[in-house]
Design a protein around this ligand. Sequence first.
Ligand SMILES: NC(=O)c1ccc[n+]([C@@H]2O[C@H](COP(=O)([O-])OP(=O)(O)OC[C@H]3O[C@@H](n4cnc5c(N)ncnc54)[C@H](OP(=O)(O)O)[C@@H]3O)[C@@H](O)[C@H]2O)c1
Length: 247
Amino acid sequence: MRRILIVGATSAIAEQCARIWVKDSAVALTLVGRDREKIEALRVDLAVRSPHSVIHTETLDFLDPVAIAELAKRTSLDGPLDIVLIAHGNLPTQESSEQDLSIASSTLMLNGISPVLFAEAFAGLCAIADHGTLAIIGSVAGDRGRRANYVYGSAKALVAHYAAGLQHRFAETNVKVVLIKPGPTATPMTADLQQQGRRLARAEKVAAQIVKAIDTGKPVLYTPSIWQPIMFIIKHLPQRIFIKLKV
Ligand SMILES: NC(=O)c1ccc[n+]([C@@H]2O[C@H](COP(=O)([O-])OP(=O)(O)OC[C@H]3O[C@@H](n4cnc5c(N)ncnc54)[C@H](OP(=O)(O)O)[C@@H]3O)[C@@H](O)[C@H]2O)c1
């Protein structure tokens, strides 16, 4: 049975990935979240979809390095993991981060430091086993600082920089690192955009592309794929043109 661990398993995108994994075959799945009731409800739902899968839950404080290290240590007792997906995040408005430094701080911590700590803890286990795929969800927002979301975006840029380093570290091993950069996707995180009538990608589609990228060990996934050329242009626009854009 494949062993899969999902950090931030209650995220809409992660939940769709989990549904694909349990549909494909029975798996040994660990769901990691912050809210015991929510994560338990997800466990029950997935268990009904896949009665032969073995599904555990874990809850912890996502900003506590000691708790994260202990989680990785506990997990290692059952043998090497095949897949670790790190999916949590939040998206307070840019204005709220500008007006309240505690919001800026928690945005940077949750979207930047926390995923890196989880990845680093599980990277250590993958290194020992010389096995496993670490997949981390970043964002297209990490590709270039923009006025609309530069605090969240800089946390995601930190994740991208970290993932590149991890890929370098594991280049000559059997460990794979996949950095996922979704574009705007219809999930609870983007409820405001949906209310404004913005057309967003479906979480099911994004999840299917994530699962495929994990299977093939693709180093960087833009999903939906249209975001790769869009971000190429945005990244390479000269500053004098870029600063005039309302993005
Ligand atoms: N949706 C998009 O447009 C989009 C675009 C680019 C990148 N992303 C990234 O995709 C990933 C998944 O997001 P999503 O769209 O699926 O969002 P979502 O459904 O809103 O899920 C957010 C996840 O983060 C967890 N979370 C939020 N605050 C937390 C905290 N303080 N401590 C621990 N966990 C916390 C939530 O836990 P609870 O369920 O307990 O609240 C939930 O599991 C995130 O990394 C996000 O930044 C999303």
